[in-house]
Design a protein around this ligand. Structure first.
Ligand SMILES: *Cc1c(COP(=O)(O)O)cnc(C)c1O
Length: 365
């Protein structure tokens, strides 16, 4: 009998990407939509599933889904690539352009999966920093990009976990300085004031990534997409597994795009709630909160009894535990680079947000 092979040496240090899935009444830790998809969508899906030939492979090109996605996003279908969640899109980008001897650049603190998936594909990660307000400094970007000369440069706007939206000038500066492809993860793009989708063109090495996991209320479905130049889209198609998009996924994505008005109403509701929660946090003694263009807020609670915000005993992880004891789960970001003592809360229903605010008030008094 042979021996079990050892996990690749370059993977043994990866700790994985864990947001604990704890069963609590108020789950505000993964930025999902607090609302179920529209009833009418579920009815369409139910009857649509009956029509699928489950004994046959699905449409390999997922043509109808790509057509519907392209027309919703206002781009020709040749610029659109759908996959199982935007994480599969990111993986395909790294499979196509990363790998041994190649590099990807990220600006920390940002979405951990950009570096994580890069490492899994054997891509070297060169990380730059952000300014104190969590925006990307164009000078720092030029410095890091000149040094690293990466095949792929990741931006995340609105940035997870800080909520910051990169202004157009930053994107222009990064596009000018990046020697390779610029990928903008817009998982929360629907909540933001502008989108880099308008910059995507056939002759510009720029890809914008979107997901159905957040405002579309379809995290369970696993569907996301890239919008980019056709030559990049062709490269992505070359690295995916055949038939990677199941027939139910293709159907559900297509049907979801028939409920755009409902989706827009949800965005409005969540943005209004975000502003209400932000104002409440700003009114709490010692709590520091950052502006957000997404459906979550990054904040730094005061240590219990302390009047001053900032890291210290009781702040961050202590408050995280106290919230959990009160049935409210948020994301602990306190161990991330540059986020000492910080927590991230997703915007839920008004009732969930009230429970969070009450629990936080109690935990920081
Ligand atoms: C939630 C999130 C995603 C979504 O990933 P899916 O695979 O589409 O569920 C992608 N990028 C960022 C920055 C996110 O926060």
């Amino acid at each position: 009998m042979g021996e079990f092979p050892r996990l690749r040496d370059d993977l043994t240090e990866l700790t994985g990407y864990h947001s604990p899935q704890v069963d609590v009444p108020v789950r505000l830790n993964t930025n999902e939509s607090p609302y179920a998809p529209p009833e009418a969508f579920l009815r369409d899906l139910e009857s649509g599933l009956r029509g699928i030939d489950f004994n046959r492979y699905p449409d390999r090109a997922a043509s109808e889904l790509h057509e519907a996605t392209a027309s919703f996003l206002g781009h020709p279908v040749e610029r659109v690539f759908c996959a199982n969640g935007s994480n599969e899109v990111l993986q395909c980008l790294l499979l196509a352009y990363g790998g041994a001897g190649r590099r990807a650049t990220v600006f920390r603190p940002t979405y951990l999966l950009h570096e994580h998936i890069a490492r899994i594909t054997g891509t070297e990660v060169v990380a730059g920093g952000r300014k104190a307000d969590f925006t990307v400094d164009p000078d720092e970007a030029r410095r890091v990009l000149a040094e690293a000369s990466p095949e792929i440069t990741f931006l995340c706007s609105p940035n997870n976990p800080t909520g910051v939206v990169d202004p157009r000038e930053t994107v222009d500066a990064v596009l000018a300085a990046a020697p390779g492809l610029v990928v903008i993860d817009e998982a929360y793009g629907e909540f933001a004031s502008w989108s880099a989708l308008e910059l995507v063109a056939d002759d510009r090495p720029l890809v914008v990534v979107r997901t159905f996991s957040k405002v579309w209320s379809l995290a369970a479905l696993r569907l996301g997409c890239a919008v980019g130049p056709p030559r990049v889209i062709d490269d992505l198609a070359a690295v995916t597994l055949p038939y990677h998009l199941s027939a139910p996924t293709q159907l559900a994505g297509r049907l979801a795009l028939g409920h755009v008005d409902e989706m827009r109403r949800r965005v409005d509701t969540l943005v209004a709630e975000r502003e209400r929660v932000q104002a409440a946090l700003e009114g709490m003694a010692g709590v520091e909160v950052w502006p957000s263009g997404a459906n979550f807020l990054l904040f730094r609670p005061a240590a219990a009894g302390a009047q001053r915000p900032g890291p210290g005993p009781g702040a961050g992880i202590g408050v995280w535990k106290a919230l959990l004891d009160n049935g409210v789960l948020v994301r602990d970001c306190s161990s991330w680079d540059g986020l000492d003592g910080c927590l991230r809360v997703s915007i839920g229903t008004p009732e969930e947000n009230d429970l969070f605010l009450t629990a936080l008030e109690a935990a920081t008094q």
